[in-house]
Design a binder for this molecule. Structure first.
Ligand SMILES: *[C@@H]1O[C@H](CO)[C@@H](O)[C@H](O)[C@H]1NC(C)=O
Ligand SMILES: *[C@@H]1O[C@H](CO)[C@@H](O)[C@H](O)[C@H]1NC(C)=O
Length: 403
């Protein structure tokens, strides 16, 4: 009896210890976040184990997070939903039933998940698209691009580029009753990365005659130069997206080779090529004081000229859109950038906002002092967070005014 009680007490203490992670006071619903995070961490450990024993690739196990949430294309009173393909790339289209006005706005959306996970068909993204379609009376094109580790850069980029280019044809826009002057690209996290990259590249494509009106980037990943920015340091162990996972996503985007991952983790993946680009992501210059805080700047170092040859793409602007000169930024459309204080990617977004403003682009930078990476994804019971709902409604409000 006594030993059973002791065992129960001990295992409860262990469980509580596992779940309990001290979280910043500014974050709301901290216990719920701790529980969600404990589930994510447990799955992460399972994925590590699976990889260790050679059962399945780490990301294949993590993909469970996506597959359990998949929903079909079901229409409702407000929106007609359909799965189709644009030039062979799968998309889910949300068409509002309200046919007034005759020409609608459109948002081309790219989901998050570190280029490895996630799906347009996941319930949280499905809900976001429905809400955007209904409240903005807009056609939403949500792209089901290919994922790593099966597909590496530039496949993800090429898929979204193909869709955006296809949709921006006048006859296609007309078929969907979309106003060519009111098309947005948007995405969160890795999807924000893809949206930013497409917005840059498509403006140089002579075959594309319709311009994007706005880009809306929700906590985007934007640079591969420095994985030691103040936000990477401050939020190294934050829920949902610890630094190890973000760096793993980056390395998987390019290659499954663990030597790249190890170099990136040590921030010693620089090459001759990247040295010339590092001023585009120099946080000691590009971050306002309130984000630099007490951190001291160490130039991302390491000498390994081999890397760029072996792993193409790491410093390609289609993968890291912060790494372009001002001349490529100037013509970009009006921009909405969301950053969260408790997010390793905070400084990527802040630096992009700084650089776009310096290049004369109109930028709305919305920084949440009380939020974490991935918050907008948590919009369904029991993992719904008030802050996520608030961010979604601000995002839609911005599009209502600017698109
Ligand atoms: C991984 O990359 C390293 C260094 O770039 C190289 O030496 C090694 O052969 C690669 N391993 C595989 C399995 O391709
Ligand atoms: C970043 O900016 C600082 C301050 O201007 C400078 O000393 C440093 O050399 C720069 N680093 C890189 C890698 O450009």
């Amino acid at each position: 009896m006594g030993s059973k009680l002791l065992a129960i007490a001990l295992s409860s203490a262990l469980l509580a210890h596992y779940i309990y992670t001290p979280l910043p006071e500014a974050l709301g619903e901290r216990w719920k976040l701790m529980l969600v995070d404990a589930c994510f961490r447990s799955l992460g450990h399972l994925a590590e184990l699976s990889e260790l024993i050679g059962f399945k690739h780490y990301m294949e196990v993590m993909m469970v997070l996506t597959t359990v949430e998949l929903v079909g294309p079901s229409s409702d009173d407000d929106v007609t939903v359909m799965d189709t393909t644009f030039n062979q790339v799968p998309v889910r289209v949300y068409n509002p039933n309200n046919l007034l006005p005759k020409l609608r706005r459109a948002v081309i959306y790219m989901h998050g998940g570190g280029w490895c996970l996630g799906s347009a068909k996941m319930k949280p993204y499905d809900l976001l698209s429905r809400k955007s379609a209904t409240e903005l009376n807009a056609v939403i094109i949500s792209i089901e691009y290919r994922l790593a580790p099966e597909h590496h850069f530039p496949d993800q980029f090429n898929d979204v580029y193909t869709v955006v280019k296809y949709f921006l044809q006048r006859d296609v826009l007309a078929r969907y009753s979309v106003d060519p002057a009111r098309v947005a690209v948007s995405g969160d996290s890795a999807g924000g990365n893809l949206a930013a990259a497409v917005a840059q590249q498509i403006q140089e494509d002579r075959e594309v005659q319709v311009e994007i009106k706005v880009q809306a980037l929700i906590y985007p990943a934007l640079q591969t130069i420095d994985f030691n920015t103040p936000s990477y340091q401050q939020n190294e162990n934050m829920p949902i997206l610890p630094k190890t996972l973000m760096v793993r996503f980056w390395s998987e985007y390019f290659s499954c080779n663990k030597s790249l991952l190890n170099k990136m983790m040590a921030n010693s993946h620089a090459t001759h090529e990247s040295k010339g680009l590092s001023n585009f992501a120099n946080w000691s210059v590009l971050l306002p004081m309130e984000f630099r805080k007490h951190y001291s700047y160490i130039p991302p170092g390491g000498e390994n000229a081999e890397l760029s040859g072996r792993v193409p793409g790491v410093f390609d602007p289609r993968a890291a859109p912060l790494l372009v000169g001002d001349e490529k930024l100037r013509a970009l459309p009006r921009t909405y950038i969301v950053t969260c204080e408790y997010d390793v990617l905070r400084d990527d977004g802040v630096m992009y906002a700084t650089r776009l403003k310096m290049a004369g682009v109109q930028v709305t930078h919305e920084h949440y002092e009380d939020s974490f990476h991935g918050a907008i994804m948590f919009n369904t019971w029991p993992t719904d967070f008030a802050i996520g709902q608030k961010m979604i409604s601000h995002y839609i409000e911005w599009l209502r005014t600017n698109l």
